[in-house]
Ligand binder design. Structure first.
Ligand SMILES: [Zn+2]
Length: 382
């Protein structure tokens, strides 16, 4: 195929129908921790994919997590060669849609909880298979727990990735439509600071304030940040104390760690796990682990990128790459050495905030690119 003969053009996409269906997906709020809410989204996506002729299977995960949905187009052995990763959970609590982040269009921008990260990308995956029709076989995995680290479905993703020759991740594009060819790794830690409770008015000398010790610890943790090297340490949640007039016995910190490479991973994790209180009456309980290893560009992913690049050019947008600070399920597949392209979803901004939005004009060229890429990969694997 020469660049001008890619079968799917951006003008082929029925954007108003796409947006109408996207509104249905966003209307089903699906915070990761709410299993029933995520499963309601799984119900809808399964029915939608089935109606388009995909073969759909649904797999229980664990008692806390929504189901893993898998949709296939084409014969199973062919479909296994191209794995498309999406997730149906969002970071937004139920009520966000009726509250701080209603569905709304403002000029080119479309707002809503999860609209950008990543219900649009998930719907694009299904629609790309519809556009490609019998010219492309692929498997879409709709992950229910990506936003909390993919604990319940990581193994299933890795098993599927090992059968694949290419993994396409529908996470949103970054900073002006860039796709992602490398990602930092991440680790999640919880540190419980244990002190000793006492009445703050009558027996303050008996108390050992966990909040005071935690405050000092927060500064030590934040001092590990090294933006020049790409090391990020964020104390994102802090909870402690019981009543105003009690010396607090407990304070809990939830810490997010971002790691540019394995050397930094070893260094930061070792330092974090070695943190000790200076007061003998204070105790730290540190628990956590690396949830996603860092990944960089390898020859397989570079080759996949060079397959996609001329298609994107023909669709009217340049394929610009970057290393993202955020982790995704692409970290797992790239770490296994499977060629992985990430950030193939819509352009937009402000994921995980009440200003989350996508840029509507980015949908047709990127959706057409994806459909053509699936066709090209299918042809290359014949
Ligand atoms: Zn996401």
């Amino acid at each position: 195929m020469t660049p001008n003969t890619w079968p799917i053009r951006p003008a082929d996409i029925n954007l108003s129908a796409f947006l109408a269906e996207l509104k249905n997906w966003v209307a089903i709020e699906s915070p990761t921790a709410d299993r029933d809410a995520v499963n309601a989204m799984v119900d809808h996506a399964a029915a939608y994919a089935r109606a388009l002729g995909l073969s759909v299977s649904r797999h229980m995960t664990d008692a806390r997590t929504g189901d893993l949905l898998i949709a296939r187009q084409g014969p199973e052995q062919e479909a296994e060669r191209v794995l498309i990763l999406t997730h149906l959970d969002t970071v937004h609590a139920k009520g966000t849609l009726a509250g701080p982040l209603p569905w709304r269009e403002e000029e080119d921008r479309l707002f809503g909880p999860g609209v950008y990260d990543m219900k649009c990308g998930a719907l694009m995956a299904v629609e790309a298979l519809r556009l490609a029709g019998d010219r492309a076989a692929a498997t879409i995995m709709f992950v229910p727990d990506e936003e909390t680290g993919t604990r319940a479905t990581r193994a299933a993703i890795e098993v599927a990735a090992l059968k694949a020759r290419a993994v396409l991740v529908m996470e949103p594009a970054r900073e002006g439509g860039k796709i992602v060819t490398g990602r930092r790794g991440s680790a999640n830690y919880r540190i419980e600071v244990h002190g000793r409770a006492a009445h703050s008015g009558t027996r303050p000398q008996d108390g050992r304030s966990a909040i005071r010790a935690a405050a000092k610890l927060v500064l030590e943790l934040e001092a590990m940040n090294d933006p020049a090297r790409g090391i990020g340490v964020n104390v994102g949640v802090i909870q402690g104390g019981t009543t105003r007039n009690t010396v607090p016995a407990l304070c809990v910190l939830d810490v997010d760690v971002r790691l540019p490479d394995l050397a930094a991973q070893h260094e930061v994790i070792t330092a974090l796990e070695a943190l000790r209180p200076t007061d003998a009456d204070i105790r730290f309980e540190i628990s956590g682990t690396v949830t996603r290893p860092a990944f960089g560009v390898d020859p397989g992913s570079s080759a996949l990128l060079e397959t996609a690049r001329p298609i994107a050019d023909a669709m009217g947008y340049p394929l610009v790459t970057m290393t993202s600070g955020g982790g995704s399920d692409g970290n797992f597949t790239a770490a296994l050495g499977i060629p992985t392209l990430d950030g193939l979803g819509p352009d937009g901004a402000d994921a995980h905030t009440f200003n989350e939005h996508l840029l509507v004009p980015s949908i047709p060229p990127r959706l057409a690119m994806l459909a053509n890429l699936l066709i090209a990969l299918n042809a290359a694997h014949q």
